[in-house]
Write a protein that binds this ligand. Structure first.
Ligand code: SF4
Length: 480
């Protein structure tokens, strides 16, 4: 039997990682075991990733957020790459995908795994293209060799583009934006040039055996995801999804954990349909979605267009959201873009959890509302999703310390502060004050959503040590 989380769960064993996850999610370890055993949740935890603080991805748990990082041809030094990891974790990423395509890939990947408290994901196909020189030169031996090496390096989950088949390609002919997944376009190019079936599909069982040996989790790539609203939910997308369902069940036969990737660009009225269809076709395997962007008209604001779709997807049952930054479709993100993208996605994830009435999710909102109504500014900043930004914005107009006791802010001013007027009226005896206290510390949201950042341990032992983050940049979020 494989030595994986799902194998242990199926065998009735509660692992150390399941215990830790239960602690973080404020639930029973036995419930975590059941969810993992049934493939409804995954704990990406490569046995060679010593720095990992185990976390869980599944629709019955708090919605998670992934951030993409990685080098390019022009930026490839290790210190910069470590800064990117630090930035992503600092601003609350629950997992990080290293999508590097530049130099020193092995060294950078090993450094990421060595320092990261969150699971590291990769797309091995990118390294295969680098080594082969062009998509057409990739061989199945090379793919297996790279996948095995990355598994040995401690990568926790890998995007494998095994679901795009030769027979799917003609279905994309009438699309407005063709194939927009980077991995999908590489596989399509390979199949067209060689006239053969997808090599990742052909050696899928061998990949399963490698994953079982190291406990790597599949993230089944959606190579045919729509790149525009016009292409959403088309025949090509759903034909690949059917294959991803089959691949999910084949991985489970090998005692390997699976999550499934999803679109992309989807109008609001079809977001829930996408989630429900994936859950049905893939027997409840966790759905990991990029956005989706709900409109195509706002380059420069795609962290917003996609966070709207992401919140809806989370409410409908998506388990993890891949963040999108304001630079999507335009260029390589910088640190401030990463901060904005992660804030948008942590909001989406939390809003989805509140919208789906996840136990304890709203406790954070209630605690912040109480601090707001009490004019407890310091507590309001502490509880804010981005404490530094909340404090900065407040202090731009009222910086002096005495304004931290003020019963107004500069938005309405002292005379027109509605909360102050309301409280004075209540204090005058004309209205009864409802006074409830939210015990955030002991709520179900305690460790999952507690600010300031993410679900990871934020102590100095958990974050990579770097001097500064000012010059970091992060890979294009949609290019996997
Ligand atoms: S001044 Fe307006 S915005 Fe500021 S605390 Fe009062 S009601 Fe809220």
């Amino acid at each position: 039997m494989a030595n994986t989380q799902i194998a242990a769960a199926r065998n009735g064993t509660v692992t150390e990682e399941m215990e830790r996850v239960a602690e973080r999610e404020n639930c029973d370890p036995e419930f975590v075991r059941e969810q993992v055993a049934e493939g409804q949740a995954v704990i990406p935890a490569n046995r060679n990733h010593d720095a990992l603080d185990a976390m869980v991805i599944g629709r019955e748990f708090a919605t998670k957020v992934n951030a993409n990082i990685g080098n390019s041809e022009t930026t490839s030094d290790i210190e910069t790459e470590l800064e990117k990891l630090h930035t992503a974790v600092h601003y609350g990423a629950d997992t990080v995908m290293d999508l590097g395509t530049g130099a020193n890939l092995d060294e950078i990947r090993e450094t990421h795994v060595e320092h990261s408290p969150v699971p590291i994901g990769t797309v091995p196909l990118y390294e295969a293209v680098k080594q082969a020189g062009s998509p057409e030169e990739i061989t199945t031996d090379l793919l297996l060799e790279i996948i095995e090496k990355q598994a040995e390096q401690g990568v926790d989950y890998m995007t494998i583009h095994a679901g795009i088949l030769a027979e799917h390609l003609p279905l994309t002919d009438g699309r407005k934006t063709g194939i927009v997944s980077r991995g999908g376009s590489i596989m399509a190019s390979w199949m067209e040039a060689r006239g053969e079936q997808n090599p990742l599909f052909q050696v899928y069982d061998e990949i399963c055996e490698i994953f079982a040996e190291h406990d790597v989790t599949f993230s089944l790539g959606d190579s045919l995801r729509p790149g525009s609203l016009a292409d959403a939910c088309d025949e090509a997308q759903y034909a690949e999804l059917d294959t991803l369902g089959e691949l999910t069940r084949r991985a489970w036969e090998h005692d390997v954990q699976v999550m499934v990737e999803g679109p992309g660009h989807v109008p609001m009225h079809k977001v829930a349909e996408n989630v429900e269809r994936q859950q049905e076709v893939c027997d409840g395997a966790p759905f990991y979605v990029l956005g989706p962007l709900v409109t195509d008209i706002a380059p420069g604001y795609d962290h917003i267009t996609s966070a709207i779709g992401a919140a809806m997807a989370a409410q409908a049952g998506a388990a993890m959201l891949c963040y999108v930054t304001p630079k999507e479709h335009l260029g390589l993100p910088e640190e401030e873009d990463v901060r904005d993208g992660l804030a948008a996605y942590r909001i989406a994830a939390h809003a989805g959890d509140v919208g789906s009435e996840r136990p304890g999710a709203r406790d954070w909102d209630d605690a912040l509302s109480e601090a707001r109504y009490d004019f407890d500014w310091r507590e309001q900043f502490r509880l804010a999703l981005d404490p530094d930004r909340a404090r900065d914005y407040h202090d731009q107009t009222l910086p002096e310390d005495n304004y931290k006791e003020a019963r107004f802010c500069s938005m309405c001013g002292a005379e027109f502060c509605s909360m102050r007027i309301d409280q004075d009226a209540r204090d005058g005896g004309e209205m009864e004050r409802l006074d409830t206290e939210t015990d955030l510390e002991s709520s179900a949201a305690a460790d999952v959503n507690l600010p300031p950042t993410g679900t990871h341990r934020s102590g100095s032992d958990a974050l990579p040590e770097v001097d500064a983050c000012e010059e970091s940049s992060v890979e294009h979020a949609g290019d996997d």
